[in-house]
Structure formats: structure tokens, C-alpha cells
Design a protein around this ligand. Sequence first.
Ligand SMILES: Cc1cc2nc3c(=O)[nH]c(=O)nc-3n(C[C@H](O)[C@H](O)[C@H](O)COP(=O)(O)OP(=O)(O)OC[C@H]3O[C@@H](n4cnc5c(N)ncnc54)[C@H](O)[C@@H]3O)c2cc1C
Length: 286
Amino acid sequence: MKARAFSYRRAYTVDEALDAHASNGDDARFIAGGQSLVPALALRLQAPRILIDINHIEELRGVTREGEWLRIGALTRHCEMLTEPLIAEFAPLLRAAAPFVAHPAIRNRGTLGGSVALADPASEFPAMMLALDAEIEIAGASGRRRVRADEFFIDLFETAAAPGELVTAIFVPRFRCNQRICFDELARRRGDYALVGCGMQATCKDGLIEGIRIAFFSVGNVPTRARSAEAAVSGGRIDAERIAAAQAALDSDLAPPESDEVPPAMRLHLARVLLGRLLGRLGEVA
Ligand SMILES: Cc1cc2nc3c(=O)[nH]c(=O)nc-3n(C[C@H](O)[C@H](O)[C@H](O)COP(=O)(O)OP(=O)(O)OC[C@H]3O[C@@H](n4cnc5c(N)ncnc54)[C@H](O)[C@@H]3O)c2cc1C
């Protein structure tokens, strides 16, 4: 199939993009990397009358340190997660997740802002926003605001950014030397969307877990924090008993929906297996 005819507008500033969207309402879509939007157009799952290209907005580019935060511009491509030294140093969980996102051709174009704005519950980066306690900067008609990832993902493909608002940057608290990360996913083939995926970031002291954030993807309508599992491993050393307690706690953290592909009980089982592996690895480096 081919996309329905649409017109195209290139924006050079955030205000230009917001104005163009406001004057076209529901008929407009921002386009960033196009790696999700273009297939949706081609399949006619979406048929906007106008695309507003945000790729030439300079302000949306670049990775910079801002005090205790790392600012990652919305247009930062997935492939830059693998090459940008500031990401490796101050947001290593994003670096660890990036090779699992699709394939190189898609990573060359897809953007962090696009992935977070789309909020596909099977995507790696939105869930990593939760594990990192990141904040998402949104520009809209009433100005700019920053929303914690915990409040950003509302429902399936629904976020705190209203239609017509632009995700401008992601702010990640800078990684500290007493922190550790782990990431992995289970997929039928490398590059496929995961059956279940998980990333975590822990703060450690003398081998003890002082605090931890564990986030799953592909387990429901939204990326999901495993708060009971976090509680089960916080405050002590990671040993077999704590790992088993965290795995059992997933019963109350996750409620995978019915699906033809993977029954909920199997997805929960896979999540437990994955959590056990990741906590085992974390215990070795804590
Ligand atoms: C074959 C294939 C496999 C894939 N596999 C994976 C995978 O394993 N894991 C994964 O995470 N992703 C995967 N993707 C999706 C890919 O990562 C996308 O790039 C990403 O989800 C969206 O980023 P984008 O920049 O391409 O956004 P676009 O496609 O340009 O836009 C997506 C949506 O977000 C909106 N949008 C974009 N940027 C902004 C912004 N700054 N502010 C507000 N709204 C915005 C657009 O209007 C649109 O509605 C795959 C894609 C394909 C085609």
C-alpha cells in the first residue's frame, strides 16, 4: 500500500513547529526519524493531511551536561546512543539498550524523542526512562514543562504530551560511580521487538543495594516499573533468596494482557526468568 497524499512543512524552530501543528489540528503529525510514522502512513493506519518535519530544529539536537543532568536533545538518533561519549559516561543504560533497538538502518534515523513520544510499550527506550528516573521536556502552547517519566506514560500510546505538543529533550540524572546497570531482553530473533525486556539501575554501597529502579517493557499497555521487586532487593546483598523474592513479587507488579502471540502466564514466566538473570549479574558487580 501507499500513503495517502499529504503536504509537507519544514520547521526551523520549536515555535514554528507548534504553530504549524496548531493551525492544522488533528490533520497534522510531527515527523522525526519516520521509522514508526512512515510505516504507519504506508499501511494507512494514519492518514494526516500535513507532516511537520522537525529534523531541522537545531535546538532539538545535541547531548550536553547541565549540572547534575544530562540533556539529550529529542532528535538524538538511536545510533548516537552507541557513539556519543557523554551517553556512555553519564547514561550507560541507554547505551546498553541501544543495540537491541531494531536494526542499524532504523537506528540511523530513529530518534530518542520520537521513541519516547510514541511510547510504544514494546520499545526499549521508554522503559529505560523509568529505570533512569528521567524527565521529559515538553513544549506546548502554554510554554515548557518537565515531566518525570513516572508520570509521563499514561496508557497505550498516550503520554503527558498532548497532541500538538513537542518533546524537546530528555533529562537524565547523571550516572554516579556507585551506580550499576543491567539490561537484557528475550526476543525470537535479535532486532525483533522483545517478548519481554528489562533494564535496571541500582545505587550500591559496600555490596549492598541502597536503591534500585527496575523497568520492564513488552509486558502491558505501558512501560512498567516493578516496584515490589525493587522493594524485595533493596537494602541488602543480592543473593538467591532475594532474587527469588523479587521474582515472586512480579505477580503483583506485572499484569500482561491476553495476546495471541504470548499467553499472559508465559510472559510473566519469561519476565521472572529475565529478572533472575539480571539480578544475578547485578549481584556480581554490586
Ligand atoms: C522494522 C522496524 C523494527 C523496529 N524495531 C524496534 C525495536 O525493536 N525497538 C524499538 O524501540 N523501536 C523499534 N522500531 C521503531 C523505531 O525505533 C522508531 O524510530 C521509533 O519508535 C520512533 O522514532 P522516530 O524518530 O522514527 O519517530 P517518527 O516515526 O518520526 O514518529 C513517531 C511518532 O512520534 C511523534 N513524534 C516524533 N518525534 C516527536 C517529538 N519530538 N515530539 C512529539 N512527537 C514526536 C510523531 O508525530 C509520530 O506520531 C522499529 C521500527 C521498524 C520500522
